[in-house]
Design a protein around this ligand. Structure first.
Ligand SMILES: Cc1cc2nc3c(=O)[nH]c(=O)nc-3n(C[C@H](O)[C@H](O)[C@H](O)COP(=O)(O)OP(=O)(O)OC[C@H]3O[C@@H](n4cnc5c(N)ncnc54)[C@H](O)[C@@H]3O)c2cc1C
Length: 183
């Protein structure tokens, strides 16, 4: 958890923010809370009749939801909302998200494969500004890693260079220790 309840501008902080308060978003909110995350779920009524509940609110009868023989879409939505809100860590708010601030960089590492992709990706997770880090191999038979880095504020390229410097330092320390122990 973030620890800080509010930022400098007095805005409330959350560990997990979900855009869209339909069935999927509300279910994700429940699981966020079950993981101990302070969760915010935001919804508005594009495509739906109500801001909270999503498109299921546009149907009269739902007859295939296990546990309920028959109920209306808005009734089901209300039950799911109540369920999500039963977790103290969940806040549900009517709000349309206009844009999400983020920076993204994709980097190709030629001649490398899973080993380096994994090491870099995991090290990137230590930087709290990194929102997503992951990699894939363009083709299983060619060793070229495609690395994705998404950040909130920092330049992804700078973050990658810092990460590589940290890994290099660690490798040097490891080598020194290794030579000391194995003579
Ligand atoms: C008429 C109808 C009848 C149906 N009947 C059944 C049925 O009987 N049984 C069944 O199993 N399924 C049924 N479905 C399908 C079911 O309703 C959907 O699969 C399900 O509700 C999808 O939920 P969702 O949360 O994934 O998406 P959605 O319900 O689409 O929720 C996404 C939410 O995100 C919000 N959102 C999007 N962008 C933003 C933004 N920028 N900021 C804030 N909020 C945002 C949207 O307004 C929306 O409320 C029916 C669907 C319809 C339309």
């Amino acid at each position: 958890m973030s620890g800080k309840e509010h930022d400098k501008e007095g805005q409330e902080n959350f560990d997990f923010v979900i855009i869209g308060a339909g069935v999927s978003g509300l279910a994700a909110a429940m699981y966020g809370a079950r993981l101990g995350l302070k969760t915010l779920c935001l919804g508005y009524s594009h495509g739906s009749e109500m801001p909270i509940g999503g498109v299921i609110t546009t149907t009269n009868i739902v007859e295939n939801y296990p546990g309920f023989i028959r109920l209306s879409g808005p009734e089901l939505a209300e039950k799911i909302r109540e369920h999500a809100e039963s977790y103290e860590l969940v806040t549900i708010r009517e709000e349309k998200i206009e844009h999400v601030l983020r920076k993204e960089g994709v980097f190709e590492i030629i001649g490398e494969s899973h080993t380096l992709g994994n090491i870099i990706t995991k090290e990137l997770w230590n930087d709290s500004d990194v929102t997503i880090s992951g990699y894939n191999l363009k083709h299983p038979q060619t060793a070229n890693v495609s690395l994705l880095i998404e950040t909130s504020k920092k330049d992804p390229k700078k973050v990658l260079l810092e990460t590589l410097a940290t890994l290099k330092k660690r490798q040097t320390e490891f080598k020194t220790q290794f030579h000391k122990v194995v003579k």
